[in-house]
Ligand binder design. Sequence first.
Ligand SMILES: CC(C)(COP(=O)(O)OP(=O)(O)OC[C@H]1O[C@@H](n2cnc3c(N)ncnc32)[C@H](O)[C@@H]1OP(=O)(O)O)[C@@H](O)C(=O)NCCC(=O)NCCS
Length: 200
Amino acid sequence: MAELVDALDSKSSFRKEVRVRPPLRVPFFIQPLNAIIRRGRESDMPALRDIINYYITESVVTFEMVEMSLENRKTWFTQFTEDGRYQLLVAELDGEVVGYAASLRFHLRPAYAPSVMTSIYLHPNHTGKGIGKKVYSALMDELEKVDEVHRAYGLVVLPNPGSEKLHENLGFQIAGLLHEGGYKFGKYHDVRMYEHRLEK
Ligand SMILES: CC(C)(COP(=O)(O)OP(=O)(O)OC[C@H]1O[C@@H](n2cnc3c(N)ncnc32)[C@H](O)[C@@H]1OP(=O)(O)O)[C@@H](O)C(=O)NCCC(=O)NCCS
């Protein structure tokens, strides 16, 4: 940088020109992210199936072990409503569904009903661009409006720096650790439980 300034100092006529010239291109990292967040639809299920199946077969971020069929996803979709405990939001980028955030049943025992479990997965080509933050915060905003939701829990298989940071940024607190709580791909894995206390 100092070299560039020195070079410009020695050619003052160029320096004035450089100062007033607008940037030719906006650097990619400050371009606005044009992801749209909307309600999930049944027609999104093939895309959501492909996303979750990638993480089932390639990673331990989900403890699901068997790939999902389209029929399975269509049945899964029937639990969601627009104003209830269980909601599904998707992120769409240039017409393509690139991820989702959902609230799901936390536990089968009925007294757990006011608690939901949250879930978020993005297409592997679209992580680290702020889409997770956008879709997850939209889901939490929706859950804040639902009187029947008191707590939201996120279970994060460690380590997962992106997910850990995302939960912390969205106001989740660490509620505990399931030490070696799961076994996948020949190893035990720790799971951190994050809790969001909804403001009502
Ligand atoms: C986890 C996941 C949902 C996060 O969404 P994302 O769009 O990649 O994350 P964002 O770009 O919105 O970033 C959210 C925050 O995490 C940080 N972050 C993202 N990736 C990170 C990484 N690999 N290491 C450290 N921090 C990271 C970002 O800087 C940002 O923090 P900031 O707002 O303070 O700068 C997404 O990466 C994903 O789908 N991963 C694979 C599936 C998965 O792990 N799901 C969660 C299971 S619990």
